[in-house]
Design a protein around this ligand. Structure first.
Ligand SMILES: [Cu+2]
Length: 184
């Protein structure tokens, strides 16, 4: 009877879980979005996945311009941007796998190295892959067989962030239980 609702709630919990597990990448770390930051080395320490967010933090000297392709990125050609942002605290959601290019719109900053090229991986890909077109992902779309929230194995995590994820998992579990109980 309440079966449908339970499945819906399980799906909802999975969606919340994906949101919780999604990472926020503050571009450039503590140095932020600035021409003195080494973005290549910053990027090499990051893993970007679908659902993650980039956060650009910068002073009014800068802006964020997203470029459409590699050649515009290489030549610092900002004449045909995908989008321009300038709040100083911009959040860019990574919704698709592939490569994205960002630079600063201030004259000269791109050529001084203020540019960012990132590769976004599919969901639970275990290792960075330069080809965004490969590997059928073991999609995290959970099977609806997830009928009991107390035994939901749908969430896979890196071992490194296991404890952090466990906390989040308990939170989601409590949330689902609350929702389910409120229905009966
Ligand atoms: Cu700049």
């Amino acid at each position: 009877m309440g079966h449908k609702n339970t499945i819906l709630l399980a799906l909802l919990a999975t969606m919340v879980a994906k949101e919780v597990f999604a990472a926020q990448h503050v571009v450039g770390g503590n140095q932020g979005w600035d021409q003195s930051t080494d973005f290549k080395s910053w990027t090499s320490g990051q893993t970007f996945k679908i659902g993650d967010k980039l956060v650009f933090k910068y002073s009014s000297l800068h802006s964020v311009v997203e470029l459409g392709n590699e050649s515009a990125y290489k030549s610092c050609d900002i004449s045909n941007p995908i989008q321009s942002l300038s709040t100083g605290n911009d959040v860019v959601k990574l919704e698709k796998p592939g490569t994205r290019y960002f630079t600063c719109g201030t004259l000269g900053h791109c050529s001084q190295g203020m540019k960012l090229k990132i590769t976004i991986l599919k969901g639970n890909a275990p290792s960075p892959s330069s080809s965004p077109s490969s590997s059928p992902s073991s999609s995290p779309s959970s099977s609806p067989s997830l009928t009991s929230p107390s035994s939901s194995p749908a969430i896979t995590t890196d071992a490194s962030s296991a404890s952090q994820c466990f906390t989040s998992f308990m939170f989601i579990l409590a949330l689902s239980l609350t929702l389910i109980l409120s229905l009966f």
